[in-house]
Design a protein around this ligand. Structure first.
Ligand code: AHR
Length: 641
């Protein structure tokens, strides 16, 4: 190889490598949103889904004259009409109660404080609630007793905390009723206290940390197909995800439906992770927010329901209001909403996605209207547009002439394909015009070990290696590819609908796949500019002698960063001639990801089978001479000052 540090080619966008977030595979509810109680407000289609009435009586809910019923009273609150009504006739201790199974169990940690809360309403104060966490083997992990004392017959929130005495990944929550009289209960909630930044009722810290460690340039949210919805009635509507949690009306998750590999009848979106939390998350991890909004089209893989062109107004207004919500000051309606939610500083939104995986004339017609209306008011907001599938091509392709002519900010390409496709397409962007106004956002991609979204897909080393190779091509063409994100992001080991995924979790732990390590290296060492790189005196492309490579410099850290993938199983001796430096540094930094077994995996039990190994290398002579292992991804960092 020959690299010339002073021959700068193009800028690497600060947003180059980012994150795609969607509530799929229990990514949000049951995942990063740390609520442990499933169906806390009894609003799932089946009101007692996730709950059991615990009573020795064979007729559920009745015990020696006491009874437990679900009341549906839309006039109480249209967003949260159901609640639990308990009528007690002095039941014996632990003889009548309710039990929540959590999201495939509750992950409970020894020594940690748990915060319980409930909304209640009563006329007399003769009821005691005994709250207890019980392990999968029946051991009580912690408990507390509360006596609701307000008798105004208005809804009140009651909070209490207790500490767990053991760890268990599959615990459940029991609430036993004692005393007599009537009480209504709603929004029954339990959160661990070790949330991200210790925020009350917040996010799972281990999962957010994994994202922060990637140092992502952007975070795209809230999806994915959930933006579109199975039909328009269940599309994602950001305004309904703000404010008090009890007023955020839940909807069925689109991944509850038959398109999912594994049905999840209990998959709903409670919006505890709503748009305010998404923006906050973006700010916390230093990523540019990239919201994607519905453009008046439901998922074309499902109903394909359309909002007529003359009824697009509410969709466009949602987009305009979102920009005002993110960026407006206190003189604006939506700016004030954000400020009242506790964030006086604007979020500085720069990009907005119009539709996800929508295509055809129907999409273009709607996009044109969005573009005209949004750009008239916010000409500096870059629009991210989706594009359609090509016959025999990758899933969603940029080479859509109509879209390119429209000169939108970004076109969102999606690739779910076999490893061979990723190796072969590492040169895909070499032929793209780097100067076009419309840039590429490779918004979803993941190498599939078995086949396009097969449930048998594994995040094995081959998939990660092929993505690393593909990414050399994106990096080399940073003039046109300015954003990219792997998808999907999270998956719960007991609650997934899709494979492969970047990060797998159970109720207690999260695990980095080899693919995650690749993403993290690219993002942490993205550099600021690409520089010229030759292989055997020709412009480096992809797959020459089974090697894939790219070179960037980082003007801030003053480094040259080289990334090299060896697709073959054989070790290679390589020599890199570096030009444009007065002299080579004496040492360099080497990060290696390698495995001779392409099927190798990380698992929650063995999370470190494939991990990045970092070393210092000593350099002598004029070139960087290295032995590169078979099936490896190597990153070399050299100081340029
Ligand atoms: O990443 C999973 C799904 O794949 C996304 O929701 C959708 O955009 C794509 O089809």
């Amino acid at each position: 190889f020959k690299v010339n540090v002073s021959q700068v080619q193009s800028e690497v966008s600060p947003t180059m490598w980012g994150i795609f977030f969607e509530d799929i595979n229990m990514g949000a509810d049951g995942g990063i949103y740390a609520e442990l109680v499933k169906n806390r407000s009894f609003e799932f289609f089946k009101p007692l889904m996730g709950w059991k009435i615990t009573s020795p009586n064979t007729l559920q809910g009745f015990y020696l004259g006491s009874e437990i019923t679900i009341v549906n009273q839309p006039e109480k609150a249209s967003t949260n009409p159901r609640y639990l009504h308990v009528n007690l006739m002095n039941p014996n201790a632990k003889s009548l109660g309710i039990s929540n199974e959590g999201f495939r169990g509750m992950g409970i940690k020894k020594g940690l404080r748990y915060d319980f809360s409930v909304f209640y309403r009563q006329k007399t104060a003769h009821t005691v609630l005994v709250i207890e966490l019980v392990s999968s083997s029946g051991q009580v992990l912690g408990q507390t007793k509360i006596s609701p004392n307000d008798t105004s017959n208005e809804w009140r929130k009651l909070e209490t905390s207790f500490t767990a005495n053991e760890t268990d990944a599959k615990a459940k929550l029991n609430i036993w009723f004692e005393g007599n009289g009537e009480i209504d209960l709603d929004m029954i909630s339990l959160f661990p206290s070790d949330t991200w930044k210790g925020r009350k009722e917040g996010l799972r810290a281990d999962m957010v940390q994994m994202l922060a460690d990637m140092k992502p340039g952007f975070i795209r949210f809230p999806g994915g197909c959930i933006v579109e919805g199975h039909d328009l009635s269940v599309r994602y509507q950001w305004k309904k995800t703000l404010g008090p949690i009890e007023n955020r009306k839940l909807i069925v998750n689109r991944w509850n439906y038959e398109m999912a590999h594994r049905l999840a009848p209990d998959y709903f979106q409670t919006f505890g992770l709503g748009f305010m939390e998404y923006f906050q998350l973006a700010e916390d991890i230093g990523a540019e927010p990239l919201p994607i909004l519905n453009c008046g089209m439901a998922c074309q893989f499902n109903s394909g329901e359309l909002a007529p062109l003359n009824q697009l107004e509410p969709y466009i207004q949602d987009a305009l209001d979102l920009i005002e919500f993110a960026n407006g000051d206190s003189t604006t309606f939506w700016g004030k909403v954000r400020i009242n939610l506790g964030h006086p500083k604007p979020f500085n939104l720069k990009m907005l996605g119009v539709g996800n995986e929508n295509w055809g004339t129907q999409y273009i017609e709607r996009l044109e209207i969005f573009k005209e209306k949004l750009q008239a008011i916010y000409p500096n907001i870059k629009l991210v547009c989706s594009t359609g599938p090509l016959p025999n091509g990758p899933l969603f392709d940029y080479l859509n002439p109509t879209l390119r002519k429209m000169e939108v900010g970004f076109v969102d390409e999606h690739f779910y394909s076999r490893p061979e496709w990723f190796f072969a397409n590492a040169k895909r962007y070499d032929s793209y015009n780097q100067k076009t106004k419309t840039k590429v956002f490779a918004g979803e991609y993941a190498s599939q070990s078995v086949g396009m979204v097969s449930p048998e897909n594994k995040n094995n080393w081959l998939t990660a290696l092929s993505e690393a190779a593909f990414m050399t091509g994106m990096e080399r063409n940073a003039g046109v590819v300015q954003m990219a994100s792997y998808a999907p992001l999270f998956a719960h080991i007991d609650g997934w609908q899709w494979t492969p995924n970047l990060i797998w979790v159970d109720n207690l732990k999260s695990m980095a796949t080899p693919n995650y390590h690749v993403q993290k290296i690219y993002s942490n060492y993205k550099g600021t500019h690409t520089v010229s790189m030759l292989y055997k005196d020709k412009q480096v492309s992809a797959g020459q002698d089974s090697l894939f490579a790219s070179a960037v410099i980082d003007k801030n850290s003053q480094e040259l960063i080289l990334k090299i993938v060896n697709q073959s199983k054989d070790k290679r001796q390589i020599s890199i001639q570096i030009e444009g430096l007065s002299k080579l540094p004496k040492t360099g930094n080497l990060i290696k990801l390698e495995n001779e077994n392409l099927e190798a995996l990380n698992t929650l039990e063995r999370p470190n089978e494939i991990q990045a190994v970092e070393n210092t290398i000593t350099l002598s002579g004029k070139n960087v001479d290295l032995a590169i292992s078979g099936y490896s991804f190597t990153t070399i960092r050299l100081k340029t000052n």
